[in-house]
Structure formats: C-alpha cells, structure tokens
Ligand binder design. Structure first.
Ligand SMILES: Cc1cc2nc3c(=O)[nH]c(=O)nc-3n(C[C@H](O)[C@H](O)[C@H](O)COP(=O)(O)OP(=O)(O)OC[C@H]3O[C@@H](n4cnc5c(N)ncnc54)[C@H](O)[C@@H]3O)c2cc1C
Length: 382
C-alpha cells in the first residue's frame, strides 16, 4: 500500500490550492453550480479520478484508504469544493455508512464493503423513513422476522434518495414487534437492491426530477452476515453519526450560490427598484449573521470541539434563509421564473426555488429542529 502524504501537516493555503487545482480540472464543467442533486452516474468519471488520487474520502482514516484529514482540513476541503461550484452529490456510502461500518461493522463487513465505497463500485442509499415514520422514526414498522439463516423483510420505505441509482441500501427494520421502548427492537441491515422481493419505484418531485423513491420489501431474505452491530440495537448504530459531521448539515454551501445569484439580479435592477433593494439588504443582514455563526462553530470544531444540539440552529438558518433567498429570486424573475425549460437566469431561479423547498424537511424538519433548540440549547420545558 502506498502511504499517502500527511495532508494535515500542509499549510492550509497550500492544501486549498492543491485541492482547487485538481478538482477544477477533474469535475465536469457543465455540472458546476447546478442547483439540483447530481446523480452518481453523472459523476462516475470524477469519482474514479478522485478515488485514484486517494481523495474520495477526506474524512476517513488513512488505514481505510481515506485522506485522514483533521477537522480543519476537512472544512477547508469542503469549502474549496463549494467555492469551485461542485453541487450536491450522492455520497451516503462515504459520509454515512463508511464511518458507521468502521465503528460497528465486523472485520468481514469492513473488508467487503469499505473498498467498494472508496472505488465507487457500490452506490448506497439510506432506508430509514417509512410512511408514518419520518420525524418519529422510532415508529418504523418494516418487519424483520428471524429465520435459521437470517431474516425475512416485509414492509415499505419512502423518500429514499437516489434508490433508483443505487445498488445497495443500509436500512433499519423492526426485529422486535413488542419492545419496552420503541427505540429498542430495531436492527441495522445492509441489503442489495437486486435481491428478489425488492421493488424500487421513483417519485417525481415538484421540480420534475426523479430524486427519491419508494422501496417495497416482499419476503426479502437477508443473510445473517448483513446485520450491522447487535441485534435490536440498530437505533444506536443509526444515531452514531454525531460530532463535527453535524457542521456540514448546516453549511452555507447551497445558500451561497443562490445568494450570489440574487445579488447579481438585484444589481441589474433599475435605480428606482428601491423596495427590492431593501428586501435584499434585510436578507443580506440575516445571511451575514448566519455566516458569522457558521464561522464561529467551525472554529470551535477545528479546535476539537464537538457540536451538539447547537447544530440545529445552523440547519434551521441555512435552510430557511435558502428558501427566503430563492423566493425573492423567483419573485424578481416574474413570469420567466416558471418557464422550466427556458435556458435563462430566471429559469435557474426556478430550479433554486424548487431545490430549496425540501431543505426544511430533509435531515429533520424545521419544527423538529426548533424543538431540539428549545429543549437542549435553551433548556425550555417542552
Ligand atoms: C429531499 C429529501 C430527501 C430525503 N431523503 C431521505 C433518505 O434518503 N432516506 C430516508 O430514510 N429518508 C429521507 N427523507 C425523509 C425525511 O427524513 C423525512 O421526510 C423527515 O424526517 C420528515 O418526516 P415525514 O416526511 O414523515 O414528515 P412527518 O414526520 O410526518 O411531519 C409532518 C409535519 O409534522 C411536523 N411534526 C412532526 N413531528 C413533530 C413534533 N414532534 N413537533 C413539531 N412538529 C412535528 C413536521 O415538522 C412536519 O411539518 C428525505 C426527505 C426529503 C425531503
């Protein structure tokens, strides 16, 4: 195995320049700055090049083929990609499953799955939500009944991002139908979407994209070696992604592109468009407040701090400001903003608008985030 350079020893400016130079020429230019989520097939070549370079997993430890970056360098890496205009990618294997397997997987599971995440041979999706079990995830009902060789799964998942472009799913299923607490009796499994009994049905979104799916399980046989962690303890596995990963959920990455575009639109308005300028200034003040809070939290994380429930404040601000910015873009675009196939800045405004709508739902709704902030940050009785 070639030993990668010690990136953490590099001065940050040099590190940033190195990342920027490579990614700028490796990422497909026609996909830079697109507002929608980009599918794995569209960036297969980029992923291959990043994997060859040894840069596909910035946060993973070196022993598992990652760059082993410390938090400061991870933040710098993410900021450089955002500055270049790399859009949202589908990286659940890298960002979610990989770290969970390192912590809870058997040696055989790590050896089988981690290299295939790194080489982008496998594309993973996350099967947690079900009809009736989203915010209240512990109410999930998809059943896993034990057999001599493993388990049989029956039930349904929904809102599974990119399931139709994935070959594998990490998922939660109920292994005990009558637990003392509903968070108990849930187990964490790894399934192949090509297994008999699994049906993936894409859902067309408001923005006319096929971004997420329903996934049905009818008597699906799961072998014993696909259980991750202890039986009935899947909740602990699923909840383990904490710490500085939380910072990235509330990063300004998506708001920034939209806000810059809004600013260009406002600058192009005639001098007497005073009301629009005032609205822009008000938004700008809130946007700058958010950026400064993000900078404080990221300094805290760089110094080794673990973000707790405060991360919910960032998630709230980034998603809600993103929506306000895109509403303003759409209103300034007037009727051109709703012509979906027009190749104009205004049509881009519509794309941003549609992309911003789910941001207050995915990853925990705004109401849930407010509940967390009220209880765990402000100590209010809720
Ligand atoms: C773009 C996108 C991608 C997604 N990708 C995935 C994925 O890959 N895998 C996956 O498993 N899931 C995914 N989800 C699902 C997501 O996790 C759920 O939509 C989310 O948890 C909310 O659950 P729900 O849709 O069932 O709404 P519900 O939980 O039914 O909520 C409905 C409304 O009630 C409010 N509400 C619920 N409980 C409370 C409460 N206690 N206090 C106050 N208000 C409350 C909510 O805020 C919301 O306004 C995705 C969702 C979106 C939008």
């Amino acid at each position: 195995m070639t030993i990668p350079p010690d990136y953490n020893a590099m001065p940050e400016t040099e590190f940033r320049a190195m990342i920027r130079a490579f990614v700028t020429q490796a990422f497909p230019s026609e996909l830079l700055h697109v507002a929608r989520r980009v599918g794995p097939q569209e960036v297969a070549d980029y992923n291959r090049r990043m994997a060859q370079q040894g840069w596909i997993a910035p946060a993973w430890p070196v022993e598992w083929g990652g760059m082993g970056l410390d938090t400061a360098h991870q933040i710098a890496f993410a900021e450089e990609l955002a500055a270049i205009g790399v859009p949202r990618l589908h990286e659940m294997g890298l960002q979610m499953l990989g770290p969970l397997l390192m912590q809870f997987g058997t040696e055989a599971q790590k050896a089988q799955f981690l290299p295939r995440i790194l080489s982008a041979a496998d594309v993973w999706c996350q099967g947690y939500s079900e009809p009736g079990a989203g915010s209240d995830l512990a109410s999930l009902r998809l059943s896993a009944v034990e057999t001599p060789t493993g388990w049989v799964l029956n039930g349904q998942k929904i809102w599974t991002t990119m399931a139709h472009q994935s070959n594998r799913m990490f998922m939660l299923a109920r292994t005990d139908p009558n637990p003392a607490r509903k968070q108990e009796g849930i187990s964490f499994f790894l399934v192949d979407l090509a297994w008999p009994g699994i049906t993936v049905r894409p859902i067309r979104t408001l923005s006319d994209e096929l971004e997420f799916c329903e996934v049905f399980f009818d008597d699906v046989q799961v072998p014993r070696d696909r259980l991750v962690g202890e039986l009935h303890k899947g909740w602990t596995v699923a909840k383990a992604l904490l710490g500085h990963e939380r910072l990235f959920v509330g990063s300004p990455r998506y708001v920034r592109g939209a806000f810059d575009q809004l600013t260009e639109m406002v600058e192009a308005l005639p001098p007497d468009a005073i009301a629009a300028r005032e609205r822009h200034m008000k938004l700008r003040l809130d946007y700058e407040d958010f950026l400064s809070l993000y900078a404080d939290y990221s300094d805290f994380a760089k110094q080794g701090g673990q973000l707790g429930a405060e991360a919910s404040i960032l998630k709230l601000l980034s998603s809600e400001i993103y929506q306000r910015v895109t509403e303003e873009m759409l209103s300034l675009s007037a009727e051109a903003g709703v012509i979906a196939d027009a190749n104009t800045d205004q049509a881009e405004a519509a794309t941003h608008f549609f992309q911003s709508r789910p941001s207050t739902i995915a990853g925990g709704t705004s109401q849930i985030q407010r509940g967390i902030v009220a209880k765990a940050v402000l100590g209010l009785p809720v």
